[in-house]
Design a protein. Structure first.
Length: 340
């Protein structure tokens, strides 16, 4: 079994150096984002991460392990509160304080705190896992705590004072959607760094909200949808974004997914905050905006490229969303390009 001893260190570079020394990969760093690429007899895949704000650390482990691997979550000496999310397959968390092992299933959330830094992430041989870890550090001096981190820690104040806390939540596909957004970032440098920070903060917010919903039993929609149905709806949302020019209607989507129309609507509202029709319309508008920005097309060509049949209707809803008619927006883009 390979054990990755991260040790107690506050430096992100030191954390990744220790990981890389164990995995024998190739490490790089760009604008604060660290990346380890591994391709050897121990594992294939990547580990990436960065510091977010003053007191948060983001880590994404995406590995196919050829041997059993253990990763102790004791990499920061300020006893962090770990927010975990399993995006692909399950991992096992070994809780040394209670001498228990518990599986973190695919799409499941967890929050872990151990004053003794005694939690270990276990990845089994021949498993391909992808797990997101956001660690909120607890500074030794309260004066150094940022307001946001202070508010987060206050939510778990009683649990932290007890010295050990574990919460394994219900599954959540809203976070999976944000992980997909992370993977889709193709910007570079500072812009990429800012995009990652923004999505990581959003994931953290969703995790905390999900925890509160679980505790208060307020997540009514979740109770009427199975894990399989939510996953199908998430994949359907991605398919719609990738094929905006396709003609969609509720009956066809119901037949395609095998999910009744009412539950399909519930799922879209739960995952995306929109009805099916509104989701399709919004996806088309966002794609149209991208075409206007990057392609030399007439507005009529844009309209038909994204699946609308009426230019006047397109102009109306475009203006409602972006406070500008599409032709005027296109002219402003061209004017800016000409003056650059």
């Amino acid at each position: 079994m390979g054990t990755l001893k991260l040790g107690n260190t506050t430096g992100v570079t030191e954390i990744f150096t220790r990981l890389n020394n164990q995995l024998h990969g190739e490490m790089s760093q760009n604008f604060g984002e660290h990346l380890i690429t591994v391709k050897n007899s121990l594992a294939n895949g990547t580990i990436r991460g960065m510091k977010v704000g003053r007191h948060k650390l983001f880590l994404e482990i995406d590995l196919y392990c050829k041997e059993d691997v253990e990763i102790p979550l004791n990499s920061i000496n300020s006893n962090p509160l770990h927010f975990l999310y399993s995006y692909k397959n399950k991992v096992t968390l070994k809780l040394e304080d209670t001498k228990k092992e518990q599986s973190l299933e695919e799409f499941q959330t967890a929050i872990i705190y151990s004053r003794n830094n005694n939690t270990i992430l276990q990845i089994k041989k021949e498993e391909h896992v992808k797990i997101i870890i956001i660690s909120v550090c607890i500074p030794q001096k309260a004066i150094n705590v940022s307001p946001i981190v202070g508010n987060i820690l206050s939510l778990f104040d009683k649990k932290i004072k007890e010295g050990s806390f574990t919460y394994f939540g219900s599954y959540n596909l809203k976070i999976a959607d944000q992980v997909n957004r992370l993977d889709a970032i193709d910007e570079e440098g500072v812009v990429r760094n800012l995009f990652i920070e923004g999505i990581v903060q959003l994931i953290l917010g969703i995790e905390i909200q999900h925890y509160q919903n679980d505790i208060n039993s307020q997540d009514e929609v979740f109770g009427s949808l199975t894990k399989k149905e939510l996953k199908i709806i998430q994949e359907l949302g991605q398919k719609i974004r990738n094929n905006v020019d396709t003609a969609y209607n509720i009956n066809a989507l119901t037949l395609q997914t095998g999910i009744p129309a009412a539950k399909l609507q519930e799922g879209f509202k739960y995952l995306f905050g929109r009805t099916v029709t509104d989701y399709i319309k919004n996806a088309r508008l966002e794609f149209a905006l991208g075409l206007i920005k990057t392609r030399d097309l007439t507005i009529s060509e844009v309209v038909y490229s994204v699946g609308f049949s009426s230019r006047s209707y397109f102009s109306k809803i475009f203006k409602e969303k972006y406070n500008c008619c599409p032709k005027l927006y296109q002219d402003s883009i061209k004017s800016l390009a000409a003056s650059a």
